[in-house]
Design a protein around this ligand. Sequence first.
Ligand code: CAA
Length: 248
Amino acid sequence: MAANNVALVTGGNGGIGSAITRRLVSDGFRVIVAYSPAEESAAQKWYRAEEYSEKDVILLPMDVTDTNGCERSINKILATEKYIDVLVNNAGITRDAAFKKMSASQWVDVINVNINSLFNVTRPLFPAMCERGYGRIINISSVNGLKGQFGQVNYSTSKAGVIGFTKALAAEGAKVGVTVNAIAPGYTGTPMVEAMKPDVLAAITEEIPVRRLATPDEIAAAVSFLASREAAYITGETLSVNGGLYMR
Ligand code: CAA
């Protein structure tokens, strides 16, 4: 079956997402970058700064928390692109607070963006991948979904959920050539991590055996591998890229 070489990356203009987009473009994919409509001007600015053209990257405003909106957007893309080879569910947020102080909106926002998005974006794409007999779905989890993190009951819950979603969907896609895997990045040099209090981040960095943050490119390299045809026999797996911070 001929490759179409189209990838959809949610949050593909963000901290890790930008590096994933750049890497998939250099691997020969045309990348549809789904960005939050609330970040319209930042997304346009990013596109210009990266000097992309429509043959490399297409910007798609899509609120990943809006079930009907995602279905409409994705059906429109499928009508023009025919196939999406690779889906990277990367969009994610943090709303850190000690659980005692966590508000309902901090809980709900994280669950909506980090978990409900998986249904909203993957559900309209998965049947087409199965019918075609090819697909690569890569979900971005986190070291903190594996080990738990003080101040992140919401985020750790969501990122652990990403792994359950990955394994269950992998079971459904396996016999028709659709692989579903997760990547669990450690602390990575992005605005999300840089927003942490410097003393808290310094204390965490000291515990990382490699003694530094990951670069976004190091996460993107793992995505590139799982998105490749060579990764056909890997499914339901969670690949940790965490500098040894948490070893299972
Ligand atoms: N374990 C146990 N206790 C801890 C703790 C820890 N890791 N961290 C803090 N505490 C304790 C403190 O000692 C303090 O105790 P006392 O009240 O007895 O003095 C209490 O908890 C409150 O701590 P803070 O002063 O830090 O509380 P705060 O309200 O100012 O801040 C917080 C809370 C924002 C959650 C802050 O602790 C924090 O930023 N924690 C780290 C969260 C984190 O790792 N976020 C990762 C973001 S990046 C990301 O998520 C990407 C990815 O995938 C890795």
